[in-house]
Design a protein around this ligand. Structure first.
Ligand code: 13P
Length: 337
């Protein structure tokens, strides 16, 4: 059976105008760090409470087309006894699932990583589809280090190929793949270095996707924005530079048949992530950017919400208000004007 039409429809729905994705798929280790930052224990009750707070925020479906879940969350239920997947679907929000199993050092280049999780992926995709998921996510991580010549050709080839094999496995089983090659912001390099590396990475990724026969109108790209390194000196005009450099790199590399480019936030502040997205959609010419440019943020949608919550049930409404505020601002920033 071919899922071509369904994949196209799901990818279009995920990149609907004015909507983006909430990445709530932190692994148990990563969510533990977020909970520790507000002094909350990394226990399943607390992980479930945080996810329930987000998924029951009143009206968030106006701004959010899909939510990426971690395996444990897809299998969890809220207080009402309804599964989170069903809770989201009943509000018109598409549930998705992280299917990678994290990164490991490459033996031949120990400062770089490959992403695990291809073994048994076909079977997991079938199970996730049966549980209601309609899209998936796989994160590849690339590092810039000019002195060491990174990213290496090995890291580019290995990560591009794994992303493509993952995407092909997902599409054969009805899940829209979110293809996420994240170039980390760490370093003191300038924005032009990030632009050049982003072009190399995206070229390698789209070559591999073609080689694996991936249906380009049935996928979503989730890239980093093109930014200066986190420890580089920045100009007062940095947000506009990021918007311009990002759209330029994407125009050079991403085929127009891809329906949506939904960025990760990658350590930018909530305000930076919103403002840069807004500038891309307001100052860059629409005819240069054929795809929807929107958000698939984790930290940039949850940081102030997490702080407002602090693990206390009496703060749930205030935390939901903080979350909704970010959803609304990013929704507005994703509309091309
Ligand atoms: P951030 O927006 O916090 O970078 O997370 C997005 C994501 O899904 C990373 O894989």
């Amino acid at each position: 059976m071919s899922f071509a039409d369904e994949l196209r429809a799901t990818a279009l729905a995920l990149s609907a105008p004015g909507k983006g994705i909430l990445a709530a798929d932190e692994s148990t280790g990563t969510i533990g760090k977020r909970l520790a930052s507000i002094g909350v224990e990394n226990a399943i009750e607390n992980r479930v409470a945080l996810r329930e707070l987000l998924f029951s925020a009143p009206g968030f479906e106006k701004y959010v087309s899909g939510v990426i879940l971690f395996d444990e969350t897809l299998r969890s239920t809220g207080k009402s006894g309804t599964s989170f997947a069903e809770m989201l679907r009943s509000r018109g929000v598409t549930p998705g699932i992280k299917v990678d199993a994290g990164t490991r050092a490459l033996d031949a280049s120990p400062n770089e990583t490959f992403t695990q999780g291809l073994d048994g992926l076909a079977e997991r995709c079938e199970e996730y589809y049966a549980m209601g998921a309609r899209f998936a996510k796989w994160r590849a991580v690339l590092t810039i280090d000019e002195a060491k010549g990174l990213p290496s050709a090995l890291a580019l080839a290995e990560n591009a190929n794994a992303l493509a094999r993952y995407a092909s496995a997902c599409q054969s089983r009805g899940l829209v793949p979110i293809v996420e090659p994240e170039i980390l912001m760490d370093g003191a390099h300038g924005i032009e270095v990030c632009g050049a590396v982003t072009r190399r990475v995206l070229d390698a990724v789209f070559s591999a996707l073609r080689l694996h026969g991936v249906q380009l109108d049935g996928m979503i790209l989730k890239p980093n924005m093109v930014t200066p390194g986190a420890s580089a000196k920045t100009s007062a005009n940095v947000d506009a530079e990021v918007a311009r450099a990002t759209v330029a790199a994407l125009c050079d590399t991403v085929p127009p048949s891809v329906p949506g480019i939904l960025f990760l936030s990658g350590g930018q502040s909530e305000e930076e992530a919103t403002e840069r997205l807004r500038l891309m959609n307001t100052t860059q010419k629409a005819d240069r950017a054929p795809w929807t440019l929107s958000f698939s943020y984790g930290r940039a949608l949850q940081a102030s919400c997490l702080k407002a919550w602090g693990g206390k049930s009496e703060n749930v409404s205030a935390a939901q208000a903080a979350f909704l505020d970010r959803c609304k601002s990013n929704s507005e920033a994703s509309i091309r004007r």
